[in-house]
Design a protein around this ligand. Sequence first.
Ligand code: FCB
Length: 470
Amino acid sequence: MRAGFELNFSNTLMRIFDPLSPQPRLPENFVWGVATSSFQIEGAATADGKGPSIWDTFCRVPGAIADGSDGQIACDHYKLWEEDLDLIAGLGVDAYRFSLSWPRIRPTGRGAWNEKGLDFYERLVDGLLERGIKPYLTLNHWDLPDALQASGGWANRDTVHRFVEYANAVDKRMGSRIAAITTHNEPWVMAVLGYETGIFAPGIKSRAAAAQASHHLLLSHGLALQSLREQGCKAKLGIVLNLSPVQPASETAADKAQAVLEDGKLLRWYMDPLFKASYPDDVLRYLGADAPVVCAGDLQTIATPMDFLGVNYYSRSVVSADGPWDVHKSGLEVTDMGWEVYPEGLTELLVRMHRDYPVPPMYVTENGGAFKDQYVNGRVHDADRVRYIAQHIQAVADAIEQGVNMEGYMVWSLLDNFEWASGYAKRFGIVHVDYETQRRTLKDSALWYRSFLQHQHAESLKQESLALGA
Ligand code: FCB
């Protein structure tokens, strides 16, 4: 990893990499973006006919959210969306990754459609296009209609079909204007944190329910892809997984075996069905009687070819057979979430996926860090976040150099927002949000990203005119 680092905002072409070595040059059509999700920023929890989501309900469980907060107002993006789109455009990104609130569009998940919800997202999409930004839309970033949870949520096979109906309705209304549609964001998180450990909505604690939920999420992804294509959907279609390289805490046989199993549960449990139409044997053995019910044809459906694969990367995972690994042991920098800063893990992960699976072009659909920001005199000097993002962009460039087909990179997140069970205490934004006034302020990381992108685009133009002149 190149270490050199220098921040100087009077100089528009800031160097963040070793000044002696060139900045990484990503491919010509590489897509640069920023990302958010509906529940984390929109607020307007009951406005214009929106139904409750499982997160609205979960936030009311005493102790579920660290600071006792909820998504009622969040960043008030439902009202401030135009201002936010101007902010995005000002950064000079190519794409905006956002999600739709399913209960805003179909309040009970299976009954009437809410035209006002569809109208909101249509305005958002048109607003992006007017500003020259490609919409990257996620259908399910965790905020399932609460009414569907009453009949089991993702543990119930019926939800699969409700999801396909929802996907079709969104495509009918705006699909022709969308660059890419992601079915689900991070099925592992929804299944394991939502149904097994219960630390996320809907707060269930059952390994069997979690395994069944993961299968239904994957199945609904495959069925939605087939249905959207039959409908003539023009957008690129894919899914987003949260992945990490899993490393043993030591060289003991027990730690190594534990790491293999954890890799199975996190990565192979999703990648194998998506790309090999099978579940990994070791994880099936581990699940025993809790393994999901899989009907004939399900695995072939799940393996429906995708146009892209999104990877959300934050850190590596270190596992030990003796229980939780102490993250401070390694001496690496640790973010405010308690996650190690480990950019080389991103290169390792992408190269491994390229080697082990017939993957389509990949995106880093989320990457970023929560740090203890200080807002002083209208500025946030978040050098730690700048360094984090720059090092991970370098890690993507390193993977490309090793032959991996990468199409884009998106920072998590555009705005400080509702960080799920951590509430508002953890700030991931490159734009600071004052929750009292809803004022947005570009942090140094946003200023840096903007300059970095200007440099990338200037280089692309230079290459193009060189090619034309040649
Ligand atoms: C990911 C989620 C995203 C955000 C980041 C920090 O798991 O997709 O919504 O919370 O983590």
